[in-house]
Design a protein around this ligand. Sequence first.
Ligand SMILES: Cc1ncc(COP(=O)(O)O)c(C=O)c1O
Length: 351
Amino acid sequence: MKINNLVRKNIQGLQPYTSARDIYSSSEGILLDANENSFGSTFNEIKGLNLNRYPDPHQKELRKHVGKYYSINESNLFFGVGSDEIIDLLIRIFCEPGRDNAIIPEPTYGMYKVACDINNVGVVNVLLNDNFQIDLNEIEKNYDENTKIIFLCSPNNPTGNLLNKNDIITLCEKYNSIIVVDEAYIDFAKEVTVINEVNKYPNLVVLRTFSKAWGLAGIRLGFCSASEEIINILFKVKAPYNINTLTRYALQSAINNSAKKDVYIKRIIRERERLKNQFDSLSEVEKVFDSDANFLLIRCKDAKKMQMTLAEKGIIVRDRSSQPKLENCLRISVGTEDENDLLWEVVKKFD
Ligand SMILES: Cc1ncc(COP(=O)(O)O)c(C=O)c1O
């Protein structure tokens, strides 16, 4: 498969932005090339960070540390301002506005459609099947020559389930399009990821984020793993200094502290199962869907009423009822033990 043939013509021919530091491959010496403030920074709290200088456009430190942590080749890694930035970049690289489309099996994470809409790229909605798995026949029926991306989310938001790995591989093998698998919630799942398949399938892009298990939604950092060819195009198209120095610093510190992330995951999974059992016992709740994520999807008799009652007590949950197949469904993030106790105090009065 020739990935370059899938890339928009203007991107194929794009001359990326370069700086003098690319040419001299140095960020040391007397730096008078980027109109920075050589005197220093107005933010002095963290020694050695040189915030008066632009960050490394090649993401070298991030690639090194995250590559080592996840055993991923550095050349297969790209970092974005959250995975949301990478979703947008992929659309801009592969989909010609006003002509191309992306297939989005629903119900799923809303940003794929929003990013397509912003870029004037067609959205082909197909439905997941009744088990919220990929419906290969539906995709086959709706696929056309302008389908450049298929967006998949595993574990899926808001349904919480992992997608069948064989189906994902089938799509990679069958279609001459980019297959994006968003694994934002994979740390909470019991089964394996498809991230190791990127060397086998040049059209596969796996998204990850530091916003969930790592507890770093505030630093805005996500990454993808993909074939070197796709990674190089992402580097060409991104804003030159997309990942800022403070974010890189926070991430390095988080990786040194990764045992904390593992403890969070254990506690979240334990609490998820406790909440699941509690909700299961309520007659007001018709179904609690199995979850491989850090949230639960529940089908209520009356989702609006449940949401409003919770809101009156200051507990905010997400009503997903407007999505296909999710009538009367609420998505509830797993909170801390204390938060979940308070949640339970309110919902048990429903019965
Ligand atoms: C499936 C999925 N992907 C991506 C994101 C966004 O991640 P980030 O914070 O890295 O932009 C979310 C956020 O809720 C999500 O649910």
